[in-house]
Design a protein around this ligand. Sequence first.
Ligand SMILES: Nc1nc2c(c(=O)[nH]1)N[C@H]1C(S)=C(S)[C@@H](COP(=O)(O)O)O[C@H]1N2
Ligand SMILES: [Mo]
Length: 434
Amino acid sequence: MAKTNTTEISTEPNGDLDRRSFLRKSLAAGGAVAAASAGATQALAEVNPANLPPNKPIWSQMLGPGVTQSPYGSPSPHEAHVVRRNVGWLTSSTQSSINFTPLQDLHGIITPNGLHFERHHGGVPAINPNEHRLIIHGMVKYPLMFTMEELMRFPSESHIHFIECPANGGMEWKGAQMESVQFTHGMVSCCEWTGVKVSTLLDEVGVDPKGTWVLAEGADGGAMDRSIPMEKMMDDAMICWAQNGERLRPEQGYPIRLLVPGFEGNMNIKWIRRLKVGTAPWMTREETSKYTDLMDDGTARQFTFVQETNSCITYPSAGQQMSHKGFHEITGLAWSGRGKIKQVDVSVDGGRNWRTAKLQEPVMSKCLTRFRIPWQWNGEKAQLQSRAIDETGYVQPTLAQLRKVRGVNSIYHKNSIYTWEIDTNGGIKNVQLG
Ligand SMILES: Nc1nc2c(c(=O)[nH]1)N[C@H]1C(S)=C(S)[C@@H](COP(=O)(O)O)O[C@H]1N2
Ligand SMILES: [Mo]
């Protein structure tokens, strides 16, 4: 029997993991679901025994239909539950809505295009790319207007980055109230984005050396606009036309969006039509009444561009049901708007003891990072937490530490450690500790 690392902790020292046999013992006990829970029993009820070994399943006794009827493929009908979802009381209208990514059902780090979270303040415009233009003007030598065709002639790059709405987790400032990681953390998604660097376009128009800020504006009815420091625009900002290999989805900004890696989701202007160079921020609605942080003393903190280090456990998480005692792989996601994730620690006893999780390579800057750690659940109450540390040394704060600095009046930038509490029946819910 191989031992896991010596700092193995749990509510009971039950962490001895036989690395050569994670499931063999429970499977040998007769049936794949030896300790069947309510959930597992339900799944079994839908099984036709005629399709189980030693029988030959029905699909092995005939030929399939060949190429599918739909030229653009879709997931298996058995995965129909893996969808974006919204929360009724957060949806003021169909135009101003949030649709959350089902993090609990995703694997690895890439968000499929149909599951990228959506946040629109003025609905999704129906843009004909042949009629869309990007204008760059203001304090530049040669103001220019680009067609899509012209934009796509520039040298391009592809990078994998997350986009996170700074309101992610914002409902939890005032107490735990969401029953799934889809709603507590599902305003973060991660894609491979392809486009032209903004610096390439700005070099083309010749920026006045006195130009230190850039206004980015969308072509949607809401005309979303934000001021972005020139330094960021000249660093890693991009005008993107593709995500995960195909052209942008309409809800992600088709035909083009701005990507400012690691910065507030709100600044990643979709359906972008204009970049204007100036000397100071424009103080738009989106950076004054919105996307500022109301502090404990009643003052407002302005310009919190970077999405701080954050993480969440996606399995086991609230809304799921532990199907058996014994081996479980705890897994989740960590990210930082400042760079790479350096380390993720996991606790199963509400933060008293920590073990370091394994990070899945590649670990990339301003990108989701998948972590995993083996665990033996002994059937007792457990409190699962993850704590991420990024390459700058920033450590994800506890809720108490964050509230001490920020109070409870904020909506945005809540990146504190989350707790999933598992009860003795295997039920899981979010609780707030300390
Ligand atoms: N033009 C425009 N850009 C926009 C928005 C918008 O309503 N209009 N929403 C912003 C907000 S608040 C966020 S969090 C991100 C969400 O991007 P997504 O819908 O692709 O996930 O887009 C930002 N860009
Ligand atoms: Mo947002």
